[in-house]
Structure formats: C-alpha cells, structure tokens
Design a protein around this ligand. Structure first.
Ligand SMILES: NC(=O)c1ccc[n+]([C@@H]2O[C@H](COP(=O)([O-])OP(=O)(O)OC[C@H]3O[C@@H](n4cnc5c(N)ncnc54)[C@H](OP(=O)(O)O)[C@@H]3O)[C@@H](O)[C@H]2O)c1
Length: 309
C-alpha cells in the first residue's frame, strides 16, 4: 500500500504516507489517494490492455482518465485537438497506439503526443510496444528522448488475441490459420502486461526501464491450439499458411492497408526472432509470468468462448 501511495515522492505523497497508519478503511484510503494524486491517463482504455489497466488503477483508488474516442474526455489519435484536454493535469499516461505502431504516421503521432505531454506538464509515459518490431522501436526511441520519465513495455504476441482479438472467431470455428510455420512464440498474458503497466504508472522504480514481456515458455501455434482445445472442450486446429494467403484473408476483413501492414508485421515478428523468453515480468514484478495454459483455463471459465459472448 505504501508503494502505491508513493507516486512521485513529493510532499503531498509523503503526507499521504504519514497518514496511512491512522486510516482504517480501504474506502478512506482510496478517497485520500484520489484527492492527493492527479489523474492517470489511459489511452486505449476500452482495449485489451487499457481496460485492465484502468480497472486496476480504479480498484486501487487512483483517479483514472479514460482515453478513447468514446470516453468522457475523448481522445482520438486522428484529432490532435482532443489531446490537450485529455493530457491536462495528468501525472502519468499509458500509451497504447491504435491500430499498431507499424501503421504509416504512427511515429509522427507518438512524437506529437510526447510534445503535447511535455507542454501539459505530464511527468511520466508508459508506452506499449511490440517485440521485434522495427517501427515500434522507433516509437520507443521517441518516448526515450521525450525528456519525461518513461517505461517501455515491449510485449510478445498476446494470449488474448485468441479470446478478445481477431483470432477469437477462428478459434470458435476450430481453425486458426497464421503465417507462422512452426515458429515458437512466448505468448504473453495481457493481465501481465496490465500488472507491469500499472506498476510503471504508479511506482518510481520503473523509470527508464525497458521490459520485454513474454510468457514463461515458447509455444508453437500447434501447441497453442492444443491448449485452446483442452480449455474449450472442442478441437481447435492450427493451419500454417503463406504470407500471401494471410494477406488475402486480411484484405477481406480490413482492406488493403490493414492487410499490407499486418502482413509486414507477421513477416517481421514470425520469422523466429522472438523465439526466446524475456525477463520483463520477473524484473518488474518479482514473480513469474502467467502461462498460456492458465490463460486458456481462466478465459474459458470466464465465458470468453461462449457463443453469445
Ligand atoms: N495483439 C498483439 O499481439 C500485440 C503484441 C504487441 C503489441 N501490441 C500493440 O498493442 C496495441 C493495441 O493495444 P490493445 O490490444 O490493448 O488495444 P485494442 O484492444 O486494439 O483496443 C483499441 C483501443 O483503442 C481505441 N481506439 C481505436 N481507434 C482509436 C483512435 N482513432 N483514437 C483513439 N483511440 C482509438 C479503442 O477505443 P474507442 O473505439 O473507444 O476509441 C480501444 O480503447 C497496438 O499498438 C499493438 O501494436 C499488440
């Protein structure tokens, strides 16, 4: 609890810390935290990572400013005039870019956002980045050079792509087709990304850190499909496809640009370069990352693959 409260080491935070022993109820603690600390902006707050981060921060008593096109204070990557209000009075900001840092114009927007953050007096940025992605690394550099405190959260392939993302439907249909051959990927649980991001947003000791977030083991997509089958109680198969086949299927779903960019991302990250484990969860949280089998069980129990969900 003390760590939670010690958000920026300033006098106010010390006041809160000193008053801790006299506070009896959790709700009183939360009220004090909310009063003492400026809001934390969560960009992408309705997405896979952002929703978990916003919920966790709110549960811990932090004042959260949701940042999406549909939030009370709207934030739109395509409308920079929405950024100053979203950043106003904020202590730290979580940045998840949509749709992906590899899209044309992403680095320019990250650059412009960091400048807006500096102008707004934001202290700390936490950037969600992608492992093995050259465009994402360019954006990391921009945040690194921003002059603000920063933490870079460089994530592997999300487990929740199968339960909340574009692979949910294929998983339900029983066939996941990817241009991944028999490459091994250390699939990461988005709950771990959220835990690390919350720590980075609220604790000083993560400033300047780059965390490579992966799961605890390497899995082929064939092995991932077997874990999904186990948890879902019906067969899910993996079919390796070519990049050209992947492009065609993406084009049907999202059009030319989406197909081009995501095919390039797959060409980049599914060539085996990410077939190693990262130590980011251990370094940031001093615990092991969640395993993919555990994710499958939790997601199934929560109804992630119920047809109506
Ligand atoms: N999937 C993976 O395996 C993987 C791996 C590593 C890194 N990443 C990175 O993860 C990031 C995506 O994060 P996520 O999966 O947590 O998000 P997500 O689930 O894709 O959610 C998208 C969020 O962005 C918001 N959004 C959509 N269009 C927007 C716009 N024009 N302006 C502002 N907000 C907008 C959405 O809310 P509204 O609709 O309300 O605006 C929503 O909150 C990407 O940058 C990707 O590179 C993904």
């Amino acid at each position: 609890m003390i760590d939670d409260l010690h958000i920026n080491g300033d006098k106010k935070a010390w006041c809160v810390q000193l008053s801790v022993p006299r506070l009896n109820t959790r709700s009183t603690m939360q009220e004090v935290k909310t009063m003492q600390h400026p809001p934390i902006l969560v960009i992408g707050s309705s997405g896979k990572t952002g929703s978990r981060i916003a919920r966790q921060l709110a549960d811990r008593g932090y004042s959260v400013r949701h940042g999406s096109r549909h939030s009370t204070t709207p934030f739109d990557w395509d409308k920079p005039d929405t950024w100053p209000a979203a950043l106003s009075g904020v202590h730290s900001a979580y940045i998840s870019y949509f749709p992906d840092l590899a899209f044309p114009g992403a680095s320019q927007k990250i650059e412009a956002l960091t400048k807006s953050a500096v102008a707004a007096g934001v202290k700390r940025l936490v950037l969600l980045s992608g492992r093995g992605e050259v465009h994402a690394e360019r954006c990391e550099d921009i945040v690194r050079r921003s002059g603000l405190e920063y933490t870079l959260v460089r994530a592997a392939w999300f487990a929740q792509n199968f339960s909340e993302g574009y692979l949910r439907e294929p998983a339900l249909e029983g066939l996941v087709a990817l241009p991944a051959g028999d490459v091994r990927e250390p699939i990461v649980d988005v709950d771990d990304i959220a835990d690390v991001a919350v720590a980075a947003l609220t604790e000083d000791r993560h400033a300047g850190q780059l965390y490579e977030l992966t799961g605890p083991r390497l899995l082929t997509f064939d092995e991932a499909a077997a874990e999904l089958s186990n948890a879902m109680g019906r067969e899910v198969r993996y079919r390796p496809i070519t990049l050209e086949e992947f492009h065609t299927s993406m084009q049907e779903i999202g059009g030319q640009l989406v197909a081009d960019v995501f095919t390039e991302i797959c060409r980049e990250v599914l060539d085996g370069r990410n077939a190693s484990l990262g130590d980011g969860v251990r370094r940031a949280l001093d615990r092991a990352p969640r395993d993919f089998a555990g994710f499958c069980g939790v997601a199934a129990a929560a109804g992630a693959w119920d047809r109506a969900a």
